[in-house]
Design a protein around this ligand. Structure first.
Ligand code: NAP
Length: 264
């Protein structure tokens, strides 16, 4: 039997066009997001609707609050990134939960004051093991996955003292300069796979890390800063968000100084 096309009853209904799947928020890994600058970066990405995984050695009121307010978009892992097993546990936990990392922000860092000649082995190890080795452990694991997916962005939070140096912060300055070296090398290593790598080098921020500076030193910094103030975490977070915007795929291998003009 043939079908009469004029008979409306015989015309099969056109299948409904499938709804376009909603774009999933990106997965953003931010190390050391429990306080200070890292917490500001976590907040900025959560406000933008992204999924954020952070870690530090212990939880804080901020991480507890995000776990309650953003149960589907926030993950906190207790990890000491100077230990390779902890770094792996952090990355594994993100993969278990969301299956990928779109953006890595290497923010966790520590400083120890004192002239190099008086620096103990312990202080030297603490700074190098976290700032340099911890960053390398996490970047190694995450970049491997980004390579397989042929996409991703990495931002290393370094510091203006890695560029200009600072008396009494030789070990810290060395690690921050090394972060910028890592940025340039990784940008070359990963660029052909669509992965961008940049550094943000902040000036002096109002966080616990700058508590090592006394009030007179802070006022001197403010006087010398064209913008006339210390930096806030939000000043840096905005630049990080710009760098990892998928539209900015031609911006890689750079160190962006965000210091209110202090070193300009
Ligand atoms: P902060 O207030 O001291 O916070 C550091 C963060 O890193 C905390 O969440 C801390 O949590 C975490 N962390 C420390 N040791 C860790 C470890 N072993 N494993 C995992 N997480 C660890 O420092 P900040 O001022 O926000 O600095 C953040 C980044 O900005 C650093 O890389 C720093 O070099 C850079 N920076 C800061 C300034 C400034 O003026 N503050 C200027 C330029 C650049 P736990 O202690 O609980 O682990």
């Amino acid at each position: 039997m043939t079908t009469d096309p004029s008979d409306a009853r015989s015309v099969p209904e056109a299948p409904e066009a499938p709804e376009a799947p909603e774009a999933q928020p990106r997965v953003i890994a931010i190390t050391g997001g429990s306080r200070g600058l890292g917490a500001g970066i976590v907040q900025a990405f959560l406000d933008a609707g992204e999924r954020v995984a952070t870690c530090s050695r212990s939880a804080t009121p901020a991480t507890d609050a995000w776990a309650k307010s953003h149960p589907d978009h926030f993950l906190f892992i207790e990890a000491d990134l100077s230990k390779p097993d902890d770094a792996k546990a952090y990355v594994d936990a993100i993969i278990d939960r969301w299956g990928k990392v779109d953006v890595l922000v290497n923010n966790a860092g520590v400083a120890r004051d004192g002239i190099l000649g008086m620096t103990s082995d312990d202080d030297l190890d603490t700074v190098i093991d976290l700032n340099l080795k911890g960053t390398l452990y996490v970047s190694r694991l995450v970049s491997r996955r980004m390579l397989a997916r042929r996409s991703g962005s990495i931002v290393n939070i370094s510091s203006i003292v890695g560029l200009s140096g600072y008396r009494g912060l030789a070990v810290y300055s060395a690690t921050q300069a090394a972060m910028d070296g890592l940025t340039r090398a990784l940008a070359r290593e990963l660029g052909s796979r669509g992965i961008t790598v940049n550094s943000v080098a902040p000036g002096y921020l109002r966080t616990e890390m700058s508590h090592g500076l006394d009030e007179a030193q802070l006022q001197q910094i403010v006087r010398r800063t064209p913008a006339g103030r210390l930096g806030e975490p939000a000043d840096i977070a905005r630049v990080v968000q710009f760098l990892v915007d998928p539209a900015n795929s031609y911006l890689t291998g750079q160190v962006i100084v965000v210091d209110g003009g202090l070193t300009s």
